[in-house]
Write a protein that binds this ligand. Structure first.
Ligand code: ADP
Length: 403
């Protein structure tokens, strides 16, 4: 029988998340994470799904090379090692694929060079992704390794949505444009939402709201992305856990000229000390909702700012699409925070947007509708599964199935 397993690797700057899937039946065999790589207190958590066995190892893991070797050892203990003939490919999440990579791509030296060339537009993510790929290639040089890009789904955006209104030559020289991120999630959720509606993806217009710690919205017409809220980097758009999202670019000039801050300080401010955490000291929506219930006004204001921005994007993408068949909420906040979903569409009945309070309050891990059956626009909660999407695309590319 031909090999049917795919290992999905998501290499961040200090962590590696992984899942081993069997694409014959789309089952998960093992999942895990190595955290705090490069510190004394690194930790590996590994779960084998067939047996439910969970193992945790603590102690220093020096670098990504050591992390991946530790993962390989854990997998091997249950006969799932990287040397298994059943392994068909390794699928890597790569954050920035620029304009160039519109599809998942088998990695060779040319692809590595292009991902490296994109480091200036993704300085936090692409170097870590590259390290993970190189380590995996060294461990299994004979195996197809596939890059699945966070930006790929958004490469269908028209120039009118992708270009910023700045001098064209300057923009092109420095590759300044809207790329968009979370594309793997937007792609998966778009398809899953169409399925939930019982329609073909190319028949429906959707607004997808990926609300996690990072958050982005996209407008999807007939299965193709036509606009998205993140831009050159994941900083633009919605209010996020620790990122500001949209702001007047002159705020930056002001903080340099009047506030005496350096560009690096402002970068850190906008990426790590803004958004919900900057507004109220918490970036976990559970905690914010709890504080609101206790009458905390700072938490209330942070929530209101978050919702105001979200509502503006819903309105904007409604206008971009002209006709909306469904709005899909996904990721940690979107899948779990009923008050956010209700508030995001409150008052938009004229646009056909209505949430059923009873359906919205149900906790479930299944894709489901939360709008009344006769609503003009379906409102859905659709759990995302980026690893499954990466595995599906990877497997299809190496000849194993349909993407
Ligand atoms: P990431 O962007 O890190 O992948 P996730 O999609 O996992 O994030 O979302 C994490 C966020 O989801 C948390 O910071 C928290 O705000 C939110 N969240 C998770 N569970 C709940 C819940 N039950 N209720 C409200 N918010 C939740």
């Amino acid at each position: 029988m031909s090999p049917s397993r795919v290992l999905v690797l998501n290499s961040g700057s200090s962590s590696v998340k992984y899942q081993l899937l069997d694409m014959r039946d789309s089952s998960r065999l093992a999942v895990g994470i190595v955290e705090r790589i490069g510190e004394q207190t690194s930790r590996l958590r590994h779960t084998v799904l067939a047996t439910g066995a969970a193992r945790e190892l603590s102690g220093p893991v020096a670098d990504h090379d050591a992390a991946l070797k530790a993962v390989a050892e854990e997998l091997a203990k249950d006969g799932l090692g990287l040397d298994s003939p059943e392994l068909a490919a390794i699928g890597h999440r790569v954050v920035h694929g620029g304009k160039h990579f519109t599809r998942p791509t088998v990695i060779d030296e040319r692809v590595l060079a292009e991902i490296e060339r994109l480091i200036p537009v993704a300085p936090l993510h692409n170097p870590a992704n590259l390290t993970g790929i190189r380590t995996a290639m060294a461990l299994r040089p004979d195996l197809p390794q596939v890059a699945v890009f966070d930006t790929a789904f958004h490469t269908t955006m028209p120039e009118s949505a992708a270009r910023y209104a700045i001098d064209v030559r300057t923009a092109d020289r420095h590759r300044v444009r809207r790329y968009g991120f979370h594309g793997t999630s937007h792609a998966y959720v778009s398809r899953a939402t169409a399925k939930l509606l019982g329609r073909a993806p190319d028949e429906v217009n959707l607004i997808v709201l990926h609300l996690g710690n990072g958050a982005s919205a996209s407008a999807v017409r007939g299965g193709r992305c036509v606009d998205t809220s993140m831009g050159l980097t994941p900083l633009e758009g919605l209010v996020m856990g620790t990122r500001s999202g949209d702001l007047d670019p002159a705020v930056i000039f002001h903080l340099v000229r009047v506030g005496g801050m350096t560009v690096d300080e402002i970068d850190a401010l906008l990426n790590t000390r803004s958004g919900l955490i900057g507004l109220c000291g918490d970036n976990d929506m559970r905690e914010i909702c709890r504080r609101i219930d206790e009458g905390d006004r700072q938490a209330r204001l942070a929530f209101d700012i978050y919702i105001h921005r979200l509502k503006k994007y819903i309105g904007a993408y409604y206008a971009v699409l002209g006709r909306v068949d469904a709005i899909a909420f996904t990721a940690g906040v979107g899948e779990n925070a009923a008050p956010v979903r209700a508030a995001a569409v409150a008052g938009l009945e004229e646009l056909g947007l209505v949430v059923d309070g009873g359906l919205n309050a149900v906790h479930s891990t299944e894709a489901r509708l939360i709008s009344p059956p006769d609503a003009r626009v379906a409102i859905a909660v659709v759990p995302t599964d980026e690893e499954m999407e990466i595995a599906t695309q990877t497997y299809a590319l190496v000849g194993g199935g349909d993407a």
